[in-house]
Ligand binder design. Structure first.
Ligand code: OOG
Ligand code: NI
Length: 462
């Protein structure tokens, strides 16, 4: 029997999830259609330059999802499911202080880490876990009640987890077993028809609607699925023209003439969905919850720690300028500052050590061996080509914006209490697997390419 390799399991999982989510949230299908149109138009406008950050096949198939779980145990189980799909935890995001409203979660993203695997299918899932141990959100009594509720539910059955482990150990699954694994995996993220206990849900909602979405129900569900688009400003205009109410801005770096860096995202709230509600008297009545939404993103070059520090500093300066002159449009202020402080070319980013690239020996390079070593000197001398490494991760501030646009009320956060210490090490221990540092992954990819270049020049005896 033929084996379905890991990357194909992941690609099929992303496709089935997309079909399921399209049935559940029809506005998602519209978003995917408009994104595909924009991508086709950009390709015919810009030709191969449009594929600088990934082939059109990759970009068209590319999605990220978001899910939320309640406990470290559930997180460890999710990690097993994603492990079977070749997706590993990368990065730590602390959203507890990042938004104006209360968001009691910390997060990581599960994604492929090897360049080849990313090129085959880059599916990633932003995964958050409820911080029940954080006294700023939960007092001792509520914490005990939430934890007891969560301990009593099963999100992922034993058979699903065993198949995931097998897929991980064997690097794939036999075809028929693969169908079963993917069916169970997609099913685990489907919106449940089970009645929601209204009183319990509303109690958690007073802490945060994110707490209610996670701990107020007996299953998990995909919260959103995000396609990738090559021109997000054009996408935004087309969605508005179709009458979709978008959030009032595109988050992340501004629209400008230089190279795209990191990640730009925008979103809209999906419609309320019918959910059965169990009332305190035991009766079940139709109700509605509005918890999901549509999001779309454009991706650019991955930044080095120095590049990221400059980016974060620019955001602070934009905030300060806007605080001083609130009547100005954020996008204009951002573009102006950007032009002053950000290199306008990929070469500029490389020369200032702000972004990551992969290097290859250039066709028609000068004879002999390069007399220089620095990547930018190799590039300038015509020895190598430099291709940007795409940013594969998330931005805490944009993530907080997404959560924020999804919240129905402020919630409550006791700022006077000390928060629970949750960091990347806590996350690794909870998951039972090391959480990768995104910068190290990009740096290693760049370093490997430089090694290959060095070996090529030496072994050619040049
Ligand atoms: C996740 C929000 C973060 C993104 O794209 O930054 C996110 C959530 O709402 O659960 O998906
Ligand atoms: Ni998202």
């Amino acid at each position: 029997m033929t084996t379905v390799p890991t990357w194909e399991l992941r690609a099929r999982f992303a496709r089935s999830l997309s079909e399921m989510y399209g049935r559940e949230v029809p506005a998602y299908t519209t978003l995917v259609e408009v994104s595909a149109q924009v991508n086709r138009d950009v390709i015919s406008r810009d030709g191969t330059a449009a594929e600088r950050f990934g082939s059109i096949e990759r970009v068209t198939a590319e999605r990220h999802g978001a899910i939320r779980v309640g406990t470290p145990q559930e997180l460890a189980q999710v990690a097993r499911v994603f492990g079977g799909l070749g997706m590993h935890p990368v990065g730590f995001y602390d959203l507890r202080e990042a938004a104006a409203s209360a968001v009691p979660v910390v997060s990581t993203a599960f994604r492929p880490v090897d360049a080849d695997e990313l090129a085959r299918n880059p599916f990633r899932v932003f995964t958050s876990v409820l911080t029940t141990a954080d006294p700023r959100f939960f007092d001792d009594d509520l914490r005990a009640e939430v934890e007891a509720f969560l301990a009593g539910r099963v999100l992922f059955g034993e058979d699903l987890l065993e198949l995931a482990d097998r897929a991980e150990h064997e690097g794939g699954l036999p075809a028929r077993v693969a169908d079963r694994f993917l069916g169970l995996a997609v099913g685990a993220f489907e919106l449940s028809a089970a009645p929601v206990d209204r009183a319990w849900y509303e109690r958690l909602e007073r802490v945060s609607s994110v707490a209610a979405d996670i701990g107020g129900v007996s299953s998990t569900h995909i919260n959103h699925l995000t396609p990738r688009v090559l021109d997000i400003d054009e996408l935004y205009r087309r969605m508005v023209a179709r009458g979709v109410t978008m959030i009032d801005a595109i988050q992340g770096p501004p629209d400008w003439e230089g190279p795209d860096v990191l990640l730009r995202q925008t979103s809209f709230r999906a419609l309320a969905e019918t959910r059965a509600m169990r009332e305190p008297d035991g009766s079940v009545v139709p109700g509605a919850l509005r918890v999901r939404f549509g999001e779309v993103e454009a991706r650019g070059i991955a930044l080095t720690p120095a590049g990221r520090a400059r980016y974060d500093d620019l955001l602070r300066r934009i905030d300060a300028l806007l605080a001083a002159e609130p009547s100005r449009a954020r996008a204009d202020v951002a573009r102006e500052l950007w032009r002053e402080s950000w290199p306008a070319t990929e070469r500029g980013l490389l020369a200032e050590g702000l972004a990551y690239f992969t290097f290859e020996v250039a066709a028609g390079h000068p004879p002999g061996r390069p007399p220089v070593e620095s990547p930018v000197a190799l590039l300038d001398g015509g020895w190598v080509t430099a291709t940007p490494i795409v940013y594969e991760d998330f931005l805490p501030r944009s993530a907080a914006g997404i959560f924020q646009s999804n919240l129905s009320g402020e919630g409550t956060r006791h700022r006077s209490r000390r928060g629970a210490d949750h960091d990347a090490a806590w996350m690794s221990a909870a998951i039972g697997r090391a959480v990768h540092d995104p910068f190290s992954l990009y740096a290693a990819q760049q370093a490997r390419s430089l090694d290959r270049v060095a070996v090529a020049f030496v072994s050619a005896g040049r």
